[in-house]
Write a protein that binds this ligand. Structure first.
Ligand code: ZN
Length: 91
């Protein structure tokens, strides 16, 4: 699916329709110092390994992708509902 680089939609902060820049959502980098990461490291330490099953074969062939929008006037950020697509590109 092709998505335009900018779109006009309602901004809750400006309370009117404004121009938004569109980008594809990407998950943030995992930080080793976070609580969950420390807990997982503690679980994996010593004798006996993984505490929950690793997913080996995926049932789905597509990835859920979401769009992030940013208001050009007030920098307010919005996210659009994730959709399952093989390919999502911004034109
Ligand atoms: Zn705005």
């Amino acid at each position: 699916m092709k998505v335009p680089r900018t779109m006009r939609t309602f901004c809750p902060k400006c309370k009117t329709h404004t121009e938004f820049t569109v980008s594809i959502y990407k998950a943030g980098k995992r930080k080793g110092a976070k609580k969950g990461e420390r807990r997982q490291a503690r679980r994996k330490k010593g004798y006996g390994g993984q505490k929950f099953p690793e997913q080996k074969n995926q049932a789905k062939v597509t990835k859920k992708q979401a769009l992030t929008l940013k208001c050009t006037e007030c920098n307010y950020g919005l996210m659009r509902k994730g959709m399952r697509l093989k390919k999502l590109e911004i034109v």
